[in-house]
Design a protein around this ligand. Structure first.
Ligand SMILES: *Cc1c(COP(=O)(O)O)cnc(C)c1O
Length: 508
C-alpha cells in the first residue's frame, strides 16, 4: 500500500492497526527477494572425524551442484517469520467474530497438557499394553462427549467436521443396506453449510433441497411431503446457520422415523447447546461434533481439526475400525474384529493431540462451567444483536442462539455491500465476520462472538460496526475501498485461489 494524498485518512478507530508499518516499501519485489549468495544462518564446528569421500559413499545419489535454496543470515530469517506473523490476525490478538466458525480462545492449559511428554510422545505403534495412559484419555473423552450429546457410541477418528459428516452418512448408508435398501436421497435445508450436500453426494446420495420457513426453520409440511421410502436421512444443523434453535426438532425426528429415514445432526453449532440440551434426547440418530469449534482446540491455520461422530446404539456396529474396548481386568485395547464396520476413515486413531486439548477444556470447565460457557456465548450474541439492530437489518426476528445474522439491505441501498463492511472492520482492528453466508439471507453479515469476549471487547466491536454504518452514509467510498491499514488492500481473490504462490522458488 502506498500513502499518497489520494489514500483516505483513517479515523482513529477503537483499535486502529498501525497505519504505516516500518518494513513497508514501494517496491514489493525488492523486499520479497532477500536471498544473496554466501549468506549463512549457521556455523558448524571444525570437523573432528576423518573426512569421507562422499562421491564414493553415495554413488549416483551424490549431487555435485548445491541445491537452490535462499541464502540468508539468521537474523534475516527470524525477522522474516516474525514480520509475517504480525501481518496475520489471530484470536490471540482480538475478537474473531467469524460466524459459524466458533473462533473461541484456545486456553493455554490445553497446550500445557498436550505437551506432557508421556502423552505427546506416545507412538501410535506402541502396543496397547504400554499405552494405557493415552487410551484412558481417549476413553474418558469419549465418555464425556457421549454424556454431553446423549448418544450411545462414538468414534473420534474423523479429522474435521466435513470428514465427520462423511463418516456419519457412511453409517446411515451401511445401516440402510443392512435393512436391505441403501435408499437414494438425503434431504438438506437450504440454510445448510455447503459441506452437508457435498458429504451426502460423496456417499452416493442425491441431495434434495428443503426450503426453510419464514422463521428460518424446517417447514414441517414440506418435510412431510418430501420424506418417502427412498429418503435415507435429513441432515439438519441445530441451531441452524442463522443461529436459530429448531424448536420442532422432536416432531421432525418423528416424521423421518415414521418413513424409516434417519436424522443426522450437524453438531458444529453445539456451542449453543452444551449443558443445556442433548441431541440424543430429541431424536437425533447420528451427529458430528467439531472439537476445534465447541471444545476450544485450535483452528484457522492452527489445526488440525477433529470431528468425532456419535450415534445411537443401532448404528454402533458400523462405526469405523478400530473401536476402543475395555477387558474384564480393566485394561483397554483396540478392537479390529468388526465385520459390519464401514472401515477405517483416518490413519491410526485420529488427531490425538486434539483429543487431549478437548478433554483438558472439558475437565477444566466441568459441567457447570460448560453450561456457563453456553449461556455466555448466547448472551454475547444477543448483546450484539440488540446493540446493532438500529443500524443493520435483521432479516429473521426469531430469537438468536450463539450467533446473529444481519443483512446489508440498508447499506446496499447506498451502494455498500457486506463484503465492504467486513473489509472496513479490518481497519478497526477486528477480523471480519462471515460474509454472504448463509445463502438464505441476501448480503448476510454473520456474527458469532463466542463466550471468550469480555463486555469491553464486545463494546469496541459494536462501536466499530456503528462507526462503519455512519461512514456508509457520509463517506461510502472510504468503506468501499477498505481496508486502508493493511500492507495490501483488495486482492484478486480468484487469482489467489486458482494460482496461489505459496513458497519461494529460485529464479529461473
Ligand atoms: C464448520 C462447519 C462445518 C465443517 O466443519 P470443518 O471442520 O470445517 O470441516 C460443517 N457444518 C457447519 C454448520 C459448520 O459450521
Amino acid at each position: 500500500m502506498t500513502t499518497d494524498a489520494t489514500t483516505p485518512q483513517i479515523p482513529a478507530g477503537p483499535r486502529t492497526l498501525g497505519k504505516v508499518r516500518p518494513h513497508q516499501t514501494q517496491n514489493e519485489a525488492l523486499v520479497f527477494e532477500m536471498s544473496s549468495p554466501g549468506k549463512r544462518a549457521y556455523k558448524l564446528p571444525p570437523l573432528d572425524v576423518p573426512a569421507v569421500d562422499a562421491a564414493a559413499l553415495l554413488g549416483s545419489a551424490h549431487r555435485t551442484t548445491p541445491g537452490l535454496l535462499p541464502e540468508l543470515s539468521e537474523v534475516e530469517i527470524i525477522r522474516h517469520f516474525t514480520r509475517l506473523s504480525t501481518w496475520n490476525y489471530a484470536i490471540d490478538l482480538g475478537m474473531y467474530p467469524l460466524g459459524s466458525c466458533t473462533m473461541k480462545y484456545n486456553p493455554r492449559v490445553n497446550e500445557y497438557v498436550a505437551r506432557i511428554e508421556g502423552l505427546a510422545e506416545a507412538h501410535p505403534y506402541r502396543p496397547d499394553s504400554l499405552a494405557q495412559g493415552i487410551l484412558e484419555v481417549i476413553d474418558l473423552l469419549q465418555r464425556c462427549l457421549l454424556e454431553i450429546t446423549g448418544m450411545d457410541a462414538i468414534t473420534l477418528q474423523p479429522a474435521a467436521g466435513a470428514h465427520g459428516e462423511f463418516t456419519g452418512i457412511l453409517l446411515v448408508r451401511a445401516w440402510h443396506e443392512s435393512q436391505g435398501n441403501a435408499r437414494k436421497k438425503i434431504l438438506i435445508p437450504d440454510s445448510a453449510h455447503g459441506t452437508n450436500p457435498a458429504s451426502a453426494a460423496i456417499c452416493g446420495y442425491t441431495v434434495e433441497n428443503l426450503k426453510s420457513n419464514a422463521e428460518g426453520g424446517i417447514d414441517l409440511e414440506a418435510l412431510t411431503r418430501q420424506v418417502d421410502e427412498e429418503t435415507a436421512a435429513l441432515m439438519l444443523t441445530n441451531p441452524s446457520t442463522i443461529g436459530v434453535f429448531e424448536s420442532q426438532i422432536a416432531k421432525i425426528a418423528d416424521i423421518l422415523h415414521a418413513k424409516g429415514a434417519l436424522l443426522y445432526m450437524d453438531g458444529a453449532n453445539m456451542n449453543a447447546l452444551v449443558g443445556k440440551a442433548r441431541p440424543g434426547d430429541f431424536g437425533v440418530d447420528v451427529m458430528h461434533l467439531n472439537l476445534h469449534k465447541t471444545f476450544s482446540t485450535p483452528h484457522g491455520g492452527g489445526g488440525p481439526g477433529s470431528g468425532p461422530v456419535a450415534c445411537k446404539a443401532f448404528l454402533e456396529p458400523f462405526l469405523p475400525t478400530p473401536v476402543l474396548v475395555q477387558s474384564k481386568d480393566g485394561t483397554k485395547h483396540w478392537n479390529y474384529d468388526r465385520p459390519h464396520s464401514v472401515g477405517r476413515v483416518r490413519a491410526f486413531y485420529g488427531n490425538v493431540g486434539m483429543f487431549i486439548r478437548a478433554l483438558a477444556y472439558i475437565l477444566a470447565n466441568g459441567p457447570d462451567g460448560l453450561r456457563q460457557t453456553t449461556e455466555d456465548a448466547v448472551l454475547n450474541a444477543n448483546y450484539i444483536r440488540k446493540k446493532l439492530e438500529d443500524d443493520y437489518e435483521l432479516p429473521y426476528k426469531t430469537a438468536s442462539m450463539h450467533e446473529v445474522v444481519f443483512s446489508d439491505k440498508r447499506q446496499a441501498a447506498l451502494g455498500v455491500k457486506t463484503g465492504d463492511i467486513a473489509k472496513r472492520l479490518i481497519d478497526y482492528g477486528f477480523h471480519p465476520y462471515t460474509v454472504s453466508f448463509p445463502m438464505i439471507v441476501h448480503g448476510a453479515l454473520m456474527i458469532e462472538p463466542t463466550e471468550s469476549e469480555s463486555l469491553e471487547e464486545l463494546d469496541l466491536f459494536i462501536a466499530a460496526m456503528r462507526a462503519i454504518a455512519r461512514e456508509v452514509e457520509v463517506t461510502p467510498e472510504l468503506v468501499k475501498t477498505a481496508p486502508h491499514s493493511t500492507r495490501v488492500s483488495r486482492l484478486d481473490e480468484v487469482q489467489a485461489a486458482r494460482k496461489p504462490i505459496l513458497r519461494w522458488r529460485p529464479a529461473e
